[in-house]
Structures are given as structure tokens and as C-alpha cells.
Design a protein. Structure first.
Length: 196
């Protein structure tokens, strides 16, 4: 697949870049730096959409004539918003909290184009196996939990913690590809079959 125009990915996440590349979109990376603190009593879906919109908006201000895409991923447990772990001890607490039960992963997308903004939200239910303390300790020691919402990356060793998923694998990884194509289509970026 290929596109007719290059966009800006307002993200420092290597996973998002990898996923966008997977569907043949041409892009440049300009990470956004925003305050990611949830507002008091902010609902999870509102929070991730606000974050995605603020990331895209911050970069769109610098590049007003470009199409700018941003995303935000949070893990939701009983309505609580879990972002990235603060440290490795926190990562262990998070994984113990996910063990043997299901949670939701919310990824919001925002695209700024022609002075307009469009949003999409992906909600995926993920069911975790019961994890032993040894599994949690060795996974956290590997460093893979450090920079990921909910302290796990489905695309790495934690893939074997996931018993069942209902929704979008790419959404859990940080960039739901179906919704990305829908949004880019709204912004006039059509995904085309590659002619290589
Ligand atoms: C749940 C889960 C999250 N993640 C990652 C995706 C995101 O990079 C990260 C969630 O943090 P985000 O705050 O959404 O994104 P980010 O800070 O990494 O990047 P940016 O704001 O610049 O776009 O967790 C995985 O890679 N795999 C998973 O299974």
C-alpha cells in the first residue's frame, strides 16, 4: 500500500511509527510534549481523546498546512486510567493488578487537517492469564514494561500473558490501523495499493 502525500506523526512512540509504516503511509516524526495528567473525575474515553487531540494540536500549530496524526493509549481497570509505570516497582504492581482478569485498552486518534480535527476511539478488551510472581519479576527486569501503558507490550514477551482479545491488536499496540485508515481518509489521505 502507499499514499499520495506525506503526513506528520505527532508521536515519539516507535510502535506507532512501525504500525504506520506497515500500512504504507509516508510520514515524518515530530513528537508532541504535553501535560498528560488526567483532570479530576475525567472519564477514560474523554481523557484519551483529549490527549490525542492535544498532541495533534500542539504539532499542528507548528505545521498548519500539513496533516498531523496523534494517538493516546491507556489501560483501563475498573474505570481507573493506567498510563505508563512510574518505575519498575509500580510496573510489578500494575501487572499483578492485570493478572487473571480482563481490562480494556483505549486508544484514541486525532488528525488535524485543513484547520479541522477528526477523532476516532478504539476500545479493546484484553483478558490476562494468571501470572506468577516469577513471571512478573522476570518480565519487568527485561525492561519491556518501562515505557508502556499498563506496563506491558502485547507485541513482545507479554504476548503470552494475553489469553483472549476482543477488538484491535494494533489498537493495543498504540495505533489501531482500521481507525487510522478511516481518519486519514477523512483528511484526504487515501491508502493505495503499492505499484512496486
Ligand atoms: C498496552 C500497550 C501499550 N503500548 C505502548 C504504546 C504507547 O507507546 C504507550 C502508551 O503511551 P502513550 O502516552 O499513548 O504514548 P507515548 O508517550 O509512548 O508516545 P507519544 O505520546 O509520543 O505518541 O504504550 C505498547 O507498545 N504495547 C501494548 O500492548
Amino acid at each position: 500500500m502507499g499514499t499520495n502525500k506525506s503526513i506528520i506523526l505527532a508521536s515519539g512512540s516507535p510502535r506507532r511509527a512501525e504500525l504506520l509504516q506497515q500500512i504504507g503511509v509516508e510520514f515524518e516524526i515530530v513528537p508532541a510534549n504535553i501535560d498528560e495528567t488526567p483532570a479530576p473525575n475525567e472519564q477514560a474515553a474523554d481523557y484519551v481523546q483529549r490527549m490525542a487531540r492535544e498532541k495533534a494540536s500542539a504539532v499542528a500549530k507548528e505545521f498548519p498546512s500539513q496533516v498531523v496524526l496523534a494517538a493516546d493509549t491507556s489501560v483501563i481497570v475498573d474505570g481507573e486510567i493506567w498510563g505508563k509505570p512510574l518505575d519498575r516497582q509500580h510496573a510489578k504492581v500494575m501487572l499483578a493488578g492485570l493478572s487473571g482478569r480482563s481490562h480494556q485498552v483505549l486508544t484514541a486518534l486525532a488528525v488535524f487537517y485543513d484547520g479541522d480535527v477528526a477523532l476516532e476511539l478504539n476500545v479493546t478488551d484484553v483478558s490476562f492469564a494468571t501470572l506468577t510472581a516469577e513471571q512478573i519479576d522476570s518480565y519487568v527486569a527485561s525492561g519491556d514494561a518501562d515505557d508502556k501503558a499498563g506496563a506491558y507490550g502485547i507485541q513482545g514477551a507479554a504476548g503470552c500473558f494475553v489469553k483472549h482479545l476482543n477488538g484491535s491488536y494494533s489498537g493495543v499496540m498504540g495505533l489501531p490501523l482500521y481507525e487510522t485508515a478511516v481518519l486519514l481518509g477523512k483528511a484526504g489521505i487515501m491508502l493505495e495499493p503499492a505499484n512496486e
